[in-house]
Design a protein. Structure first.
Lengths: 351, 323
């Protein structure tokens, strides 16, 4: 049965109005002189209240630039949102001036990073940093703000919060700082938390603690999460829906089950097959690879951006004017591949 | 196991901590504590553990990039830790290292020709005229070519740089290579390419390798045997097939269960360890893992558990409760 082509390429959302709707986002960077590259090129996705959407991609895919665009944190001398829209709770974020954006950041939408010292100030105590956020956004008194800081530290599982609140970041271990950063990001109970590779630098046992903590906090506080990562294992664990990015574009999106059990885009399939799974013997004891490398944004291939690395590429995939659109392969499942109807994948079934 | 190419016995590495006005040694970090293992010729052995486990320090002391505090490292029968510098040089040619960060480990001012030419010159391999041929053939082995000879590191992608790092290690035709997290800094789609390359090279050149990693999936795929370290000590070691199918030590079990699998709704029986790895300046008495161990008993505080056979002859675990 032929499936309808989607008019507006956005992932299906169960809610009439999503909490955050990113539509046709385009972010351009100046790369010296008068040369520009589109780091994010027409990206659209929805985020519903309380859900987790994972954005997956390799370096240069545009996943981090997408989040910095939403947060209004692009380096202002070189990066700029050049078109598209980002609506948070109906409010267009592009219309906001820096002062108005500051009132939203930390309050309605917060961000955590891979390296906690990116968001923690080394010369202030953890307690002061959390207090500052709630004093700024909620006008709390210093006493009440300190009480909130202690409460937040306790919430994220930091032992002895009444003592730790007076610690400086350097007095804490890496895992503890990560928790403190999460406490600060969540101190105003934001509706959206953007987590940019929050567990990438951590050891697996600490990563497991952090993922459990984030899941637990989401259950309790109900925030929606945009989880940016390159680790498909983490995606399978945390995500409700998945957006796969390649060279600045969304190349596939769908529910976590659609993406992992019936991927349609050859790039997604290639990524899945290139990671060894515990307890699975591979045929011929070889890892499957995606040949070549991610193309530089300044020199993208014509046609489908993935075609030089794709085993299924034909003439349809090459050449100007053949840039594939995002098609609906199933309700809520979008794929950017000219040949998705013709390709059948043997997806490794794993128990 | 085939004849051991490398025999490590009671390796100990203490780093001094200086403090105070006079910079006196006020404490010691025991980064590697009584570590012993063998690697047979042609074997690929995985060394896994979290940050602070001492795995990188073990790799570096084997090559004498750090001087061990005590213990012995016998390479092909000779204790190389006792060798004077000039005698050591002959062994350096036989033992090489591949570093984690392909951005930091190549001199940005050297062309590929020079990066690969230095070790040949240093070890007086080949004449000046046939070195270029050797370098081109090395590049061929790692999937690069003569057209790359006069390029600088910044002209390459991360995966290509790591290939250059591998070619540099292979230049002196070593028998043994320490690969210290060689794919951790690479993109997922590139990791598989580099692992397949290493696998081919090990087979074609008969290399013996200590593969240091924190990615347990790659280690299972790539390694014949596995050593698991925690806070400077070996807690479990054995054939990869046995360790992954029947882990014995509570730490190994927790580590394996913590690895997120690319299967939605996958594992539910996860063991989540409490807390973090303790400071190696003041490690717990008895079993170093006991402060985070879900099975710890009173005796664990007083007994340093020895490595004991579990099941197979060469599957050893250091736990008084499970081994």
């Amino acid at each position: 049965m032929p499936l309808p082509r989607s008019e507006a390429p956005i992932t299906a959302s169960a809610h009439a109005r999503p909490l955050l709707r990113v539509k046709d986002l385009q972010t351009t960077f100046r790369v010296g002189g008068n040369k520009f590259v589109r780091a994010v090129d027409g990206v659209s996705f929805d985020l519903d209240p309380g859900e987790t959407v994972a954005i997956v991609g390799e370096s240069g895919s545009g996943k981090s630039v997408t989040s910095l665009s939403i947060m209004g944190l692009l380096p202002h001398d070189s990066g700029e949102v050049t078109s598209g829209s980002m609506r948070l709770d109906g409010q267009e974020l592009r219309d906001l001036n820096p002062e108005a954006m500051r009132r939203i950041r930390g309050k309605k939408i917060s961000m955590i990073f891979q390296e906690p010292m990116t968001s923690l100030n080394p010369v202030h105590t953890i307690g002061r940093q959390i207090s500052e956020v709630v004093i700024h956004h909620e006008g709390l008194s210093h006493r009440a703000a300190r009480a909130r800081a202690i409460e937040m530290l306790e919430l994220v599982g930091i032992p002895e919060p009444t003592r730790r609140v007076d610690n400086y970041p350097h007095q804490m271990s890496g895992g503890m700082r990560q928790r403190a950063m999460i406490a600060m990001a969540l101190s105003c109970e934001p509706a959206v938390l953007i987590a940019d590779e929050p567990t990438t630098a951590l050891d697996v046992t600490i990563q497991a603690q952090m993922l459990e903590l984030m899941q637990d906090l989401q259950d309790r506080m109900g925030m929606a999460i945009i989880f940016i990562t390159h680790d498909l294992g983490v995606v399978a664990e945390v995500a409700d829906r998945v957006v796969v990015m390649y060279a600045g574009e969304v190349v596939e999106s769908g529910t976590v089950h659609q993406i992992f059990e019936a991927p349609r885009m050859p790039y997604t399939v290639g990524l899945m097959n290139s990671i060894p799974r515990l307890g699975t013997k591979l045929p011929g004891n070889r890892l499957q690879t995606i040949r070549g490398t991610v193309p530089p944004l300044s020199n993208l291939p014509r046609g489908c951006r993935f075609h030089p690395r794709c085993d299924h590429a034909t003439d349809v995939c090459r050449g100007t004017g053949n840039h594939p659109s995002l098609d609906a392969a199933a309700p809520g499942h979008l794929v950017r591949c000219a040949r998705w109807k013709d390709i059948r994948f043997d997806v490794e079934e794993s128990a | 196991m085939t004849a051991a190419l490398l025999e490590v016995d009671h390796l100990q590495m203490n780093f001094p901590i200086h403090g105070g006005l006079l910079g006196r040694v006020k404490a010691e970090v025991r980064a590697v504590n009584d570590v012993s293992f063998r690697i047979g010729a042609g074997e690929v052995v995985g060394l896994v553990g979290e940050s602070g486990s001492g795995k990188t320090t073990v790799g570096r002391t084997l090559l004498r990039l750090e001087e061990a505090t005590s213990g012995s490292v016998r390479f092909d029968g000779t204790d190389i830790l006792q060798l004077p510098g000039d005698k050591m040089r002959a062994f350096r040619k036989r033992m090489q290292i591949i570093f984690q960060d392909p951005f930091a480990s190549l001199n940005p001012r050297d062309k590929v020709r020079e990066i690969l030419g230095h070790p040949l010159k240093l070890h007086r391999i080949g004449s000046a005229s046939d070195r270029t041929d050797r370098i081109v053939s090395l590049l061929g082995k790692v999937g690069l070519g003569a057209e790359h000879l006069d390029r600088y590191p910044h002209e390459f992608s991360g995966g290509q740089r790591q290939r250059i790092g591998i070619a540099r290690a292979l230049a002196v035709e070593p028998e043994f290579i320490v690969a210290d997290e060689p794919v951790s800094a690479l993109d997922v789609s590139i990791q598989a390419q580099v692992i397949n390359l290493l696998q081919d090279l090990c087979k074609d050149l008969g290399l013996t390798m200590l593969f240091i990693a924190h990615d347990l999936g790659i280690v299972e795929h790539f390694c014949d045997r596995v050593i698991v370290m925690y806070l400077g000590r070996i807690v479990e070691t054995g054939p990869a097939s046995a360790i992954y199918a029947r882990p014995n030590h509570p730490y190994t079990k927790a580590l394996l269960s913590a690895v997120p699998q690319p299967v939605p709704g996958g594992r539910k029986d996860r063991v989540i360890l409490k807390g973090e790895i303790p400071s190696p300046i003041n490690p717990p008495s008895g079993c170093v893992f006991r402060t985070r161990c879900p099975m710890a008993s009173v005796e664990c505080a007083s007994v340093v558990p020895p490595l004991k056979t579990v099941g197979l002859d060469d599957h050893l675990s250091a736990c008084i409760n499970t081994a």
